[in-house]
Design a protein around this ligand. Structure first.
Ligand code: FES
Length: 110
């Protein structure tokens, strides 16, 4: 069962913006894709570096370290295709962005 944590206000994540936040011991990457809010683990599949300082063009983020690319509408790797970001559930309630966790993470404090 999913357990949600408040991550940010919608006012703090503009369209076309990405940012990171630490929730339940994980670095979470938030993205506002033309009003669709997405959340992923902020960890590139290449060397595990964060993606929040990467370049976002449309829904494609490019890792600032070595250029791996991901489609943030799904988390699927673009280059290389075998990469994939761990995706978290998102709810937007009363202008607040909530990120859902399951398993052992659901029991940790936000
Ligand atoms: S750590 Fe992201 S491309 Fe190398």
């Amino acid at each position: 069962m999913l357990s949600f944590c408040r991550a940010a206000s919608l006012d703090d994540l503009w369209r076309g913006e990405i940012k990171s936040i630490r929730l339940r011991g994980r670095e979470v990457l938030l993205a506002n894709l033309e009003g669709d809010i997405m959340a992923f683990e902020n960890r590139c599949g290449h060397k595990g570096l964060p993606l929040d300082h990467g370049d976002l063009a449309g829904c494609i983020v490019t890792c600032p370290a070595h250029g791996w690319q991901y489609d943030l509408s799904t988390g699927q790797g673009i280059n290389p295709e075998r990469a994939r970001l761990k995706r978290f559930a998102v709810q937007v309630v009363a202008n607040e962005i909530l990120v859902g966790f399951d398993g052992e993470e659901a029991d940790a404090a936000c």
